[in-house]
Design a protein around this ligand. Sequence first.
Ligand code: SAH
Length: 220
Amino acid sequence: MPDLRFSGIGMTSARTRDRLVQRLREQGITSLAVLDRIRNVPRHIFVDEALGSRAYEDTALPIGFGQTISQPYIVARMTEALLQGGPLQKVLEVGTGCGYQTAVLAPLVERVYTIERIEPLLDRAKERLKELGVRNVRFRHGDGSAGWKTQAPFDGILVAAAPLIVPEALLKQLQVGGRLLVPVGPEGEQELVRFTRREQRIDRESLGPVAFVPLLGGTG
Ligand code: SAH
């Protein structure tokens, strides 16, 4: 008997999730590994029960503390863009939020190090990932714009909130060949950027306009 809380019924059922996956395919997501995670991670358990019926809409939803769970398309796009260029061992995630992006990403890489500045969000994310059996994640309460020095370098860094300028520490903690995915800019004018560290330089590619909550300093 499958656990109905995770497998879902009605608006959280496999059929509803398949429709979301189809939509993401139409929008250009091609990685089967990523689409498979979107299909299998029960997004409805990451939001308030009252919002569960909207969990498979391609939209951001409130998770409390003025924050939102990322839109599935964005989670898929960022994960796909991070994975392009080869398998990843150590990935730093800044802005755990409810842990949804972490749940999508973690089984596709060796280990995720995730930092969140709002402690109650981090605690809830921890619990949910444990429930889902996602074990290759280390959590930290703090300001992710300083990165995670003792674990650096990383071959992937994913930032789920937008700084005005890319924090220098994050670029520094990137290994040669490593990728940093980060939304940059003020509200209404953000673009998703992928930085790739090379031996002698850092490449910068724009992946298009996006809308994220701001990356804030300090802890909440
Ligand atoms: N991917 C997350 C998105 C959460 S929204 C999800 O799927 O739920 C972005 C998160 O970044 C928020 O929870 C916010 O508190 C956090 N955040 C903002 N600035 C931060 C910082 N400097 N360090 C760590 N987390 C930060």
